[in-house]
Design a protein around this ligand. Structure first.
Ligand code: NAD
Ligand code: MG
Length: 396
């Protein structure tokens, strides 16, 4: 067995740390060749000291100087680079064959596309990249000829429940009738929208079942996360939007399901632990120990499923609307949401204004055909500008 050479984009985040946890347990299978992070230099330094990658990338020159100093002290010979273009170098110049795309948000798009174009095995956690650029990204995967393994737990579950031949031929649905994406409903599942006016970032980030980065935690509370995942599923699995359903499943045991024409429903179950989909993606088509405790079905009090209440979760409705509109509408949805969530987390934007910001951007910016990366980046930039302006007006 040859050793897999792995690059991790966003190694200091929740997915990045879990990925290194799986890799640490299998030194005979995986070698880390590139690690990247935005700001958590000390954590990245510790990772470099342990895994000795060829390349490490940080956001800016100050961070690079700090990282170089820390690595020199420990005589670690990792080359330190910085800036957005260096994220692409981490893929093209590191001799990696597998790329974990785990940067949060639009910042991950260009390096994820580079990995797709270069024919790598792409482990895609960075759903925003696919939401922004679905068609372009899937084309890049096809041209590059690599393998795309979804890491988002729902999509990983669906991937596991689809026939083996499905991914090779997405236009032939092989008896698949519907995809059912499960959603915990987040921390505010049973609360009325009107009662959420004073929600703080800490409350929004306290997810009942999963421990994740702050942005995706807020997205889970608003259910924008599930909306982004519907769009993600649309691109990954090539089914019409009407065949992608959302089910509220508070226990987070069934990670998603596929309903077939013959009456079968296949589900993937497990602990709510991202190391399961990460290990699956790393080792596919083999299965390796992920360090995850076995699921004990006899300890479960029950599994329940319900339709989502769209009136309670306006972000979910906005995501469906953007998905239906197509073109650059999902790009706008994603960019406006990133700005609104950051403003909620860091600048005191009220929680209930998040859907207002996203709705305003979708209403004012007409979608165009997402024909190139330039068009997508332009739509992204305009949506960010419009969202920031709208937030300034709200605050006045
Ligand atoms: P996180 O905030 O914990 O980590 C994000 C990582 O990206 C960090 O390493 C950070 O340094 C890096 N980063 C952030 N901004 C950057 C920038 N501008 N340039 C370069 N690097 C940057 O986030 P996370 O929870 O690990 O999520 C990562 C991605 O995985 C997101 O797209 C999220 O939706 C997806 N995802 C996460 C989970 C989960 O359980 N955490 C589950 C499913 C999908
Ligand atoms: Mg998910």
């Amino acid at each position: 067995m040859s050793v897999q050479q792995v690059a991790i984009l966003g190694s200091t985040g929740s997915i990045g740390v879990n990925t290194l946890d799986v890799i640490r347990a299998h030194p005979e299978r995986f070698n880390v060749v590139a690690l990247t992070a935005a700001k958590q230099i000390e954590r990245l330094a510790d990772q470099c000291i342990e895994f000795k990658p060829t390349i490490a990338v940080v956001a800016n020159a100050d961070g690079a100087a700090q990282l170089s100093r820390l690595l020199q002290e420990k005589k670690v010979a990792t080359e330190v680079l910085y800036g957005p273009e260096a994220l692409v170098s981490a893929i093209t110049e590191s001799d990696c064959d597998t790329v974990m795309a785990a940067i949060v948000g639009a910042a991950g798009l260009v390096p994820a596309l580079a990995a797709a174009q270069a024919g790598k095995r792409v482990l895609l956690a960075n759903k925003e990249a696919l939401v922004m650029s679905g068609n372009l990204f899937m084309q890049a995967m096809k041209v590059g000829g690599g393998e795309l393994l979804p890491i988002d737990s729902e999509h990983n579950a669906i991937f596991q429940c689809l026939p083996n031949r499905y991914t090779q031929n997405p236009s032939d649905h092989l008896g698949v009738e519907e995809l059912w994406l499960t959603a915990s409903g987040g921390p505010f599942r049973d609360r009325l929208l009107a009662d959420l006016a004073d929600i703080t970032p800490e409350q929004a980030c306290a997810h009942p079942n999963w421990v994740m980065g702050r942005k995706i935690s807020v997205d889970s509370a608003t259910m924008m996360n599930k909306g982004l995942e519907v769009i993600e599923a649309f691109w990954l699995f090539g089914l019409p939007l009407e065949k992608i359903k959302v089910l509220i499943h508070p226990q987070s045991v069934v990670h998603s399901m596929v309903r077939y024409r013959d009456g079968s429903v296949l589900a993937q179950m497990g602990q709510p632990d991202m190391r399961t989909p990460i290990a699956y993606g790393l080792a596919w088509p083999e299965r390796i120990d992920a360090g995850v405790a076995p699921l004990n079905l006899t300890q479960l009090t029950g599994l329940s499923f319900a339709e989502p209440n769209f009136a309670q979760f306006p972000c979910l409705s906005l995501a469906f609307a953007a998905a239906k509109a197509g073109g650059t509408a999902p790009t706008v949805l994603n960019a406006a949401n990133e700005i609104a969530v950051a403003a909620f987390l860091d600048e005191g934007l009220p929680y209930l204004s998040i859907p207002d910001v996203v709705g305003h951007c979708l209403n004012t910016l007409s979608p165009v055909v997402a024909s190139s990366l330039e068009v997508i980046l332009e739509a992204d930039a305009r949506a960010r500008h419009t969202a920031n302006q709208f937030i300034r007006d709200i605050k006045r």
